[in-house]
Ligand binder design. Sequence first.
Ligand SMILES: NC(=O)C1=CN([C@@H]2O[C@H](COP(=O)(O)OP(=O)(O)OC[C@H]3O[C@@H](n4cnc5c(N)ncnc54)[C@H](O)[C@@H]3O)[C@@H](O)[C@H]2O)C=CC1
Ligand SMILES: CC(C)CC(=O)C(=O)O
Ligand SMILES: [Mg+2]
Length: 380
Amino acid sequence: MSESRCYKVMILPGDHIGPEIMNEVLPLFEMLSSKLDVSFQLMERRIGGNCLDLHHCPIQPETLQEAQGCDAILLGSVGGPKWDRGDSENRPETGILRLRRHLNLFANVRPAKVISESQLAFSSLKPERVEGVDIITLRENVGGIYFGPKVEPGPDAMVASDLCEYTREEVARLTRVAATLSLSLGGKEPLAIHSIDKANVMASSRLWRQVVKETIRSEFPQLEPKLSHHLVDSAAMVLAKEPRKLNGILLTENLFGDILSDLTSVIPGSLGLLGSAELSGAPIFQQGSESPRPKGVYQPVSGSAPDIAGKGIANPIGMFESFAMMCRWSLDLTRVADLIDEAIRTTLDRGECTIDAGGNLSTREAGQAIRRFVQDGLSG
Ligand SMILES: NC(=O)C1=CN([C@@H]2O[C@H](COP(=O)(O)OP(=O)(O)OC[C@H]3O[C@@H](n4cnc5c(N)ncnc54)[C@H](O)[C@@H]3O)[C@@H](O)[C@H]2O)C=CC1
Ligand SMILES: CC(C)CC(=O)C(=O)O
Ligand SMILES: [Mg+2]
């Protein structure tokens, strides 16, 4: 008889809509424990503005340490106008950056896929442009300009700066993750890898392009025909004009990936639909594998949406999608991940979603619809 698994999961709801959408996925833990041979030890901690308010730091050092011992971390979102001041030491967003750095979560996987007919009508692009779009932004997550040395602007500052630096190894390791995703998710035909940079202007981008090329040529020669290089400005234009041309993996640095992944969200229709995985290595695709899994933080792509917080209309789908990715890549619960993905697709087909994605349900009702589907699937 196989042993029952107990997973340790850290819960970081964050600010504004963070706790609202987190509340919609939390009942899944109890549901899974009652239906499957698993249990969960949940640890709720603070991050972001609410942590600054209570502890005067955006994440506590002991939270970082505890996160190290968890199987996965589920995060809502942080930030808001109340804390929109001060230098990086005193900003909510720094809590997320510290967590990424502490756990070395260098690979940020952000899929944007059109999965339901309802999205064709609702996307801000024409239906014929949107059909079949399936793009994964793979963003470098612990380097580049977000983490380089800064000169903060003082009250009378004449200059401020952020340095964008990349090392060979930082580029090579992310390229290896891109190759794994391409080979594992593409089936017989590996996915295209579109490396995005600004090599016509930036030195760090010229290194990026060189190392991506070399890594694919020397370690994954079979993927050479699948690799292309694009300048980021032109890639942004293609994403808005003919996004299918960029189907596959957008392999890119921290700042470009942050911007482009928000841009990809308009294709399926709303930023509130996208989930993400931040990983310390390539995901393991083999179910039941005993190989150690990479560390993972799972969170929606969006921010804390202060403009809609408290109104009960935030879309919880990005949070469910993040939960599904957690099940798939950190908890070895592939069937649950498939079921949640199916629940998202079905509820979108039925128009059972929040207003940003074309429905008229509240956050709570949209969450209930997905949970009902999952419950039925687990019982069936
Ligand atoms: N990972 C994180 O926690 C992130 C935090 N932020 C922070 O979030 C705060 C707000 O930033 P914004 O620029 O307003 O970006 P945002 O991503 O929070 O919101 C942009 C727009 O998308 C809408 N939106 C976002 N999530 C939604 C959802 N689930 N359902 C329906 N609509 C949704 C918002 O209402 C808003 O109109 C800032 O403090 C920012 O620094 C921003 C990005 C990531
Ligand atoms: C640190 C985050 C607030 C940066 C961001 O916008 C993101 O990761 O999407
Ligand atoms: Mg962002």
